[in-house]
Design a binder for this molecule. Structure first.
Ligand code: ATR
Length: 279
């Protein structure tokens, strides 16, 4: 039986999700489609969702600006998505819509695929830069994976504080100014950049200076346009290891596909192919 998947959001005409999911369908030998349903901000979101329900779609992804708006239309919500207050994946299980969030866990899978040893030591010190929706997902995933030291730095302390409140009782989180983070950058084994600073067209911008990062640290940037941000260039120059943002796209989609189909698609060389598409 063919599977029908989709993406809702706005604007999504240039989304990479159809390409990624078509690869997964091929790799798992499943028949199916992944289509785009752009919902303009001037339209009634409820009308679109009702129509989608009539199609008996097997599952769909939700992207900006509807990750919160979709919640009232769900029959159930998974614990992680509920904690994050945002849903990016909906599965249709026997007519019931169940909401999940695969962003944070997908990010962690992408990090683990490149740096598996990191996940053997939960005492490693992690710094999350930024306190928006992406930071929230990554923070919750790091916390539930068992990392014990996850600090947050952000221009606005209040939103960082709100994220810190989501931590488990045995997780330690300090809130730092961007200047403090820069001055203490040597303390961190992993530095994860989640803001839009450095994204096209602001390619010459870097949210903090990484001249003093340790050579054995990992620097990760979730921005994927450009693939190699100024921050990652600085990290490389300093001798640190780097982790590219486009890999997160693949792994969060892989986890969504797994929720829909119970099949974990191999990634193979999708990382390199996606890099070529983006460059
Ligand atoms: P997303 O949901 O994609 O993570 P968001 O919710 O808009 O995006 O969050 C954007 C993040 O980028 C925030 O951490 C924001 O900092 P503030 O909380 O202080 O607004 C950060 N950010 C965006 N532009 C920035 C800039 N020019 N300098 C510093 N931080 C910036």
């Amino acid at each position: 039986m063919a599977n029908h998947f989709a993406l809702i959001g706005y604007p999504i005409k240039h989304s990479l999700s159809p390409w990624i999911h078509e690869q997964f369908l091929k790799k798992t030998n499943l028949e199916g489609t992944y289509t785009i349903h752009e919902i303009p901000l001037t339209d009634s979101f409820e009308d679109h969702v009702k129509k989608l329900k009539e199609t008996r779609i097997n599952g769909f992804n939700v992207t900006v600006p509807y990750k919160q708006e979709i919640i009232p239309f769900l029959d159930e919500i998974d614990g992680m998505a509920s904690k994050m207050g945002a849903v990016n994946t909906v599965a249709n299980k026997d007519g019931k819509w169940i909401g999940y969030n695969t962003d944070g866990i997908g990010y962690l899978r992408s990090l683990e695929s490149k740096f598996p040893a990191l996940f053997l030591n939960m005492q490693k010190r992690v710094l999350v830069i930024g306190a928006g929706g992406a930071a929230r997902g990554i923070f919750c995933a790091l916390d539930s994976a068992g990392f014990k030291y996850i600090d947050i730095t952000n221009r606005t302390a209040r939103s960082a504080q709100e994220i810190a409140e989501l931590r488990s009782s045995d997780t330690n989180t300090a809130i730092l100014t961007l200047k403090e983070a820069e001055d203490n950058i040597k303390d961190y084994d992993v530095i994860i950049q989640t803001t839009s600073v450095g994204m096209k067209p602001t390619v010459d911008a870097s949210i903090i200076n990484l001249d003093h990062v340790r050579q054995d640290s990992i620097v990760s940037d979730i921005i994927y346009q450009p693939i190699k941000t100024k921050l990652l260039q600085q990290a490389e120059t300093s001798g640190a290891s780097v982790h590219f943002g486009h890999t997160m796209l693949i792994y969060q989609a892989q986890y969504a596909f797994e929720i829909w189909t119970n099949k974990k698609s191999p990634i193979d060389d999708m990382d390199l192919k996606l890099q070529l598409i983006l460059e």
